[in-house]
Design a protein around this ligand. Structure first.
Ligand SMILES: Cc1cc2nc3c(=O)[nH]c(=O)nc-3n(C[C@H](O)[C@H](O)[C@H](O)COP(=O)(O)OP(=O)(O)OC[C@H]3O[C@@H](n4cnc5c(N)ncnc54)[C@H](O)[C@@H]3O)c2cc1C
Length: 422
């Protein structure tokens, strides 16, 4: 199979613009130690510039104000955006809003699109995706949240965990069981739940990357929904469709995550190499130490492998749809996250205490990147998927004790006893 990751030269120029824009306009924001509100204020004019350059909300079709790009083109954009965790917000493709917008675009009614999607895409409102229940994120079959039909609406009782953006959002897309007798993959539904609906309580969760809960850039909430009532028209998609929709949301979304991780890797790798050629210790450049050379060589190869694997997954989705790329999508999730983690670790190591300090972006990138091995399914779950999909192509074979001598005798009969001796 010949893979082709070429893009139209006009799009190539846009990517070059985005690369410079991230470096010149967004990197400087990182050192300001911004809280959420000041970041939003400073991001606004930058978002307008992205819109003028037609790269806003690039993951959506033009009918929803996006750019209608293929997965390969999108992957290349996300590689650029990955260099700074602030960039996706400036480009209108920040999780969870980007995935939620895709969900409403795929499954929403015209009225849901008018009420929630249009203002979401304009950046006028925010959203959250409320799926995980504590300790069951890797096995949604265990979800216990319930939504019960009651007259012209549903009553929801749920306890959700790690809902990104929960308390800052205007609505949650919530997953709950509507038919406990159906198979778990067919008994769950999605609802649009306005955040100001009576019965919702939230608690901010401090994390490895956001320990200060005052006004951090990112929030993750534990959320309780006690007898929360939503009208029936807030059902997103059909009853029982939540799992299928969640897969549609998470599959291509993983390509975006993984290419952003490649962007993280490249930035950290550049710093690693710059440090190697800039500093001398014990009478020689770090660049000449074989241990450092090994880090450079190994990291370069691993980044390239992660990039090509992700591009292959993107190409496969473009050509044959997301389900044809399931193995690759699962592979890049754990492979990409591991490469990112290792490259950052090496870059910090080579910078010594400077790398560990807040004077470099590496320590923040490292703390943030750790979550990559957990969200959207932990490494282990994706490894199980990959192994199962590979192993189901194999049949058990009989290896009789006479197998090797029999094969040898057959080979000797064909080529002669001396064929293997010179
Ligand atoms: C930064 C961040 C943002 C997030 N944002 C959101 C959000 O916006 N909305 C939302 O709903 N959720 C969100 N989550 C939750 C995320 O989806 C879950 O953390 C993830 O699905 C794992 O679920 P869990 O945390 O409940 O882990 P558990 O299900 O408790 O699993 C814990 C560990 O058990 C092991 N394990 C699990 N299954 C297997 C297996 N089959 N074989 C071997 N070992 C296994 C793994 O080591 C795994 O890490 C977020 C998480 C993070 C870290």
């Amino acid at each position: 199979m010949a893979y082709d990751f070429d893009v139209d030269p006009r799009y190539g120029k846009k990517l070059a613009w985005a690369r410079e824009f991230v470096r010149d306009e967004i990197y400087p924001l990182e050192v300001l130690g911004l809280d959420h509100h000041s970041f939003r204020r400073l991001a606004k004019p930058l978002q307008d510039e992205v819109k003028r350059n037609n790269l806003w909300a690039a993951h959506l079709g033009p009918e929803h104000g996006g750019q209608g790009l293929g997965q390969v083109e999108l992957a290349l954009l996300h590689e650029v955006l990955g260099a700074s965790d602030l960039a996706p917000h400036v480009f209108g493709c920040q999780a969870p809003d980007s995935g939620n917008a895709e969900l409403i675009a795929i499954a929403g009614t015209p009225e849901q699109k008018r009420r929630w999607l249009t203002p979401l895409l304009a950046g006028d409102i925010d959203s959250a995706f409320s799926m995980t229940e504590q300790g069951t994120g890797s096995d949604p079959k265990q979800f216990t949240s319930r939504a019960v039909r009651d007259g012209d609406g549903y009553v929801i009782n749920a306890h959700k965990w790690f809902v990104g953006n929960g308390s800052r959002s205007d609505f949650h897309i919530l997953m709950a069981v509507t038919d406990p007798d159906a198979h778990p993959y067919e008994g769950m539904s999605m609802f649009i739940v306005p955040t100001d609906t009576p019965g919702i309580r939230m608690r901010g969760i401090a994390t490895m990357s956001d320990t200060n809960l005052d006004d951090p850039l990112y929030v993750h909430d534990e959320v309780w929904y006690d007898d929360v009532r939503v009208p029936a028209e807030n059902l997103l998609g059909a009853e029982g469709q939540a799992f299928v929709l969640a897969q549609k949301r998470l599959g291509p979304g993983r390509i975006h995550h993984c290419m952003r991780w490649v962007g993280v890797c490249r930035r950290a790798f550049d710093m690693l190499c710059e440090r190697a050629v800039s500093k001398s210790v014990h009478g020689g450049s770090l660049a000449d130490k074989q241990m450092v050379q090994q880090w450079v060589a190994e990291s370069a190869a691993r980044i390239e492998a992660a990039r090509l694997l992700t591009m292959k997954a993107a190409w496969t989705i473009d050509r044959h749809g997301a389900s044809a790329a399931r193995t690759e999508i699962a592979m890049i999730k754990y492979h990409g996250a591991a490469v990112m983690h290792d490259v950052l670790d090496k870059a910090i190591q080579l910078h010594g205490s400077l790398g560990y300090s807040g004077d470099m972006p590496l320590e923040q990138m490292y703390r943030w990147s750790r979550a990559g091995r957990l969200y959207d399914g932990p490494d282990e779950v994706h490894k199980v998927t990959v192994a199962r999909r590979i192993l189901r192509e194999y049949e058990p074979v009989e290896v009789p004790t006479e197998h090797i001598p029999t094969r040898r005798a057959a080979a000797v009969a064909r080529y002669g006893e001396s064929a293997g001796t010179g």
